[in-house]
Write a protein that binds this ligand. Sequence first.
Ligand SMILES: [Zn+2]
Ligand SMILES: [Zn+2]
Length: 139
Amino acid sequence: MTDRKHGKCVCGNVEYSYSGEPINTAFCYCTDCQIHTGSDKYFGVWAPKENLRIDKGEPTVFTRLGDSGEPTHHFFCKDCGVTLYVEATVVNMVSIAATTLDDSENLVPAMAIYTASAPKWAILPEGIPHFEKLPPGVG
Ligand SMILES: [Zn+2]
Ligand SMILES: [Zn+2]
């Protein structure tokens, strides 16, 4: 099981892991992510939902309607409040909060999405594709 990548919340009460390679790594500049993170973006590591496993504890779920009108489930630790991942039911995928992964040091974003809603003070990365919303074929 050495190919699993592990992550956890700040207090350590919830731990998870996922298998395989990420589908995508994206900086998301949507309004919800800004509010969620208190910053200009959320760094998401996209993986098929079935590749994710909770190894310790149980995250609390907050459900809201996503951009597509379909529900998105935000999984967070009720003790420290850290969001671990967001599940987009419409594509059966999870967007893991990159910063909660043990090996986040080595991750690089492959694209920037929802740049149309980025705040004026956002720093958009250079050298990777930018999409005003989602890239074609996603969502
Ligand atoms: Zn926690
Ligand atoms: Zn977002």
